[in-house]
Design a protein. Structure first.
Lengths: 496, 496
């Protein structure tokens, strides 16, 4: 039992959980799973034990691997094997990484290293990365809905709810698939998820770099993608870890599935009055307003374990003389303690650097954060109970000192959390984070005002961010790649 | 001559242009191209006449078209023809659009309509869309650099500087290519650009929608992409118009090419002192800080010409009673005049709706704006001369009343602009924009602090936004698409 559990604040929700199904309410104790009260109850949803997080190695199936990449140069194929420590190791494009599976987080990336072709060595970037929490508060304060403030990782377990991926649709035809086994507390397997993850080289038709000046030189982009999809009841979360040949790690989420809907007497928008807490998305059907905050835990080891967090603020400067009256410059600030490590995204470049490693011309090697949409932060009041538990969702970025026990942003025992064992609480300890083993936390946030297109199954809404090498390499790491040739284009005919 | 040209403010830069090459300065009159003054001058860059913007139809070459889509179901192939009005018309996936080419803007999309499969008709979305301006101010106030505040469309012409696209690298192997002819003022062709644009169906391996619940249903994403690349001296701008089967138009920019660099005596970062106005990216080489603001003009006709601009602010609400203390709701405000039409991106959903068209259940049909990164706004002072000319870059979104003369965000005669004929100036006229033919302007902005990876050619930096149908369709428009089958996977062997 977590010894921090306080019986005092908001007692009702700390130790009790309430679930409903269309007006049938059930109240039960999370501590001892006692059934306490029901109103019009016909059934109740059991509280899932989310504290299984043993990891077991996976098997890899290759049946859909193509003889050659179809869109580009014949590059190095993905190779995968079970390494001696029981993890699956992958090698593809210019990355090496280990891939494992966790009942709570789903896919876990570890020991991701990128090849520095100028130096001929693999250099570490990401020691361990995974989804840490997924907070989904709904915006209807009524009795049926107020408690719908789900922590999908901590309360339901993204790994346990990982769906088998479909060849040809969930992943492209050149993907390889990996199964996952989830072990129970006694070590025996409790679930096998076939095709739990897929790995493929992605040829999206994008350009990695180009320039025309008398001659034209272009290199197409190829990346290594690790994909999994968790289906938490109604919603589907497709999570991509994309390792680019340029050295970037791009983390993308695609949200699909079915909206949580609420019945209404009305079948036309004009009939609605007051705050319906949702949009009319079909006859008699309201899609309730909600947010989705996916928090990633990224234990970065940029060229080694000891890193610093540098905020480069772009500061406007009034020009002293000359026709120009203003410009901006860069003011770097290295975060010394955790209170300097939590920030909101603005006109500041955020970097994780290794102050002990320099490039040949003296720049600190680093990776910067680049947002690709989904930058919402929570709008709930700080004293609102779900917000206290997810208080870390008020800022997109946190940097904390490494602590083995701090893996789950909403706390280890999320069901019973009160907000005193979460990411924001750990940060308040204000440990030193300069030139230490630090952990970066990034939250992809999306406010969702449903619309008719989201019904009956919603087209994917995407968001994500990129960890981009910034003075990590001495120069563009792709500059020496050879151009494509027409001769590498395969000759295709249809099977059927 | 534009009659608004004022001789008073900042006379030096209004009518004169100064160009330099490594310390050699040339001062010349933009009005009559007189050579006025030179310091250590060895040559000067001529001022390009950017006011050719006649459009001529293009030809389409299909040599690389595949017999079938390689990653998915065999969908409708792209068909293209020269339509009766001289434009090239395209039909692919579920979109129909016209494609033309303009010497100043580059690729121009017009009459883009999406098929509503429930109604069996094509419905208009975008009447005309193109890059309007590309403002690139550098952040070095010294004599060699202060005037480097380029307007790449208005001063140099993106169409004239469009580079031929390379098959297999600039565009994937299934692309079709189109040439562009640029006509002079007398109608005679002055330049032919082979492969100026390419069109392809994109199979990036993404999921369009999915859900697992007992059974699994997934549909992979296919989109129609129109691509072109303008090379403005050192920088390459790859611009994608992506038409998704879900009804979204996603506009993406990928910035590559070569940095504008400045020589320095120093070859190590530790030797730099004070504000160098750039980063040391190689020995004796500074990459000067700069911004890039790509402004798109989008003359939307959402289901018809008369549209309104609706801002849906997500407003936090204190809960009156019950365990929940807060939630957010949506407050819609329809912009009545142009002053309500210029906004910064925040927790507000921005939509263009057609108030004269409703869905079956009564929602106004619309398209909303979704950012996918690149949301920077200018940090320059309002009274700085380049900022006065590009004053519209302080906000990402503007909505103006349609005016045939208002196509170029920095004014028709950009070289001689003073800021009194630009997008911000037009907006100050404060015309009515409710239920009118309106134009949406969106600026993709990127602050660029160069790093060593950007040298010698930079890996693409991406940004963009999406116009996403929001209550435009009665339901998910892809819900009726058939799933992929393994049998549609082609049998490939290598040509060589």
């Amino acid at each position: 039992m977590p010894n921090h559990l306080s019986p005092e604040p908001c007692r009702h929700m700390c130790t009790l959980d309430e679930r409903s199904c269309h007006g049938h309410h059930v109240l039960f104790s999370v501590n001892n799973l006692n059934f306490l009260n029901a109103r019009n109850a016909s059934f109740f949803a059991a509280n899932i034990n989310t504290h299984i997080h043993l990891v077991k190695s996976s098997t890899i199936r290759r049946k859909y691997l193509l003889p050659a990449s179809v869109h580009g140069e014949i590059g190095p194929q993905i190779s995968a094997w079970i390494s001696s420590n029981g993890f699956s190791a992958l090698k593809g494009t210019n990355w090496e990484l280990h891939l494992s599976f966790d009942a709570r987080a789903g896919a876990v990336i570890s020991l991701a290293s990128v090849k520095d072709s100028d130096k001929g060595v693999f250099r570490p970037v990401l020691y361990r990365g995974h989804v840490s929490e997924l907070f989904v508060p709904y915006m209807d304060p009524s009795a049926d809905w107020y408690f719908k403030t789900f922590f999908d990782a901590g309360e339901f377990a993204l790994g346990l709810l990982t769906a088998p991926l479909e060849p040809f649709t969930d992943c492209p035809a050149n993907a390889v698939f990996m199964d996952a086994d989830v072990a129970g507390v006694d070590g025996s397997p409790v679930r096998n998820i076939p095709n739990a993850m897929c790995v493929f080289e992605r040829y999206a038709g994008d350009v990695a770099w180009r320039h025309t000046e008398v001659i034209t030189e272009v290199r197409p982009e190829v990346s290594l993608v690790v994909r999994s999809a968790a289906v938490v009841g109604n919603y589907d979360y497709v999570i991509d870890w994309e390792f680019k040949t340029t050295g970037s790690i791009k983390i993308g989420v695609a949200l699909s599935g079915i909206l949580e809907v609420k019945a209404t007497y009305y079948s036309h928008a004009d009939e609605l009055s007051g705050d319906a807490h949702g949009s009319l998305i079909a006859g008699n059907t309201l899609g309730v307003y909600h947010d989705r905050f996916l928090t990633f835990r990224l234990d970065l080891d940029v060229d080694g374990p000891n890193n610093s967090f540098v905020k480069s603020r772009l500061r406007p400067v009034r020009a002293a003389a000359g026709p120009r009256r203003s410009y901006w410059t860069v003011e770097k600030e290295t975060a010394r303690r955790e209170t300097d490590g939590s920030v909101e995204l603005d006109a500041t470049e955020l970097m994780v650097v290794n102050p002990n490693r320099r490039t040949r011309i003296g720049n600190e090697v680093g990776y910067k954060i680049v947002s690709h949409g989904g930058t919402a932060t929570s709008l709930l009041d700080d004293d609102d109970y779900p917000q206290r538990r997810a208080s870390y969702t008020k800022r997109q970025v946190w940097v904390t000192a490494y602590d083995e026990a701090e893996k789950w942003a909403a706390g280890l025992y999320t069901d019973q959390s009160t907000g005193d064992d979460n990411l924001a609480a750990w940060s308040r300890r204000n440990r030193e984070i300069e030139n230490k083993d630090i952990v970066l936390w990034y939250t992809v946030g999306i406010h969702h005002v449903p619309c008719q297109e989201d019904f009956p199954v919603m087209p994917a809404v995407t968001g994500g961010f990129e960890l981009r090498p910034t003075n990590f390499f001495d120069r563009n790491p792709l500059i020496r790649t050879r151009p494509n040739k027409q001769a590498t284009w395969p000759n295709c005919s249809l099977i059927n």
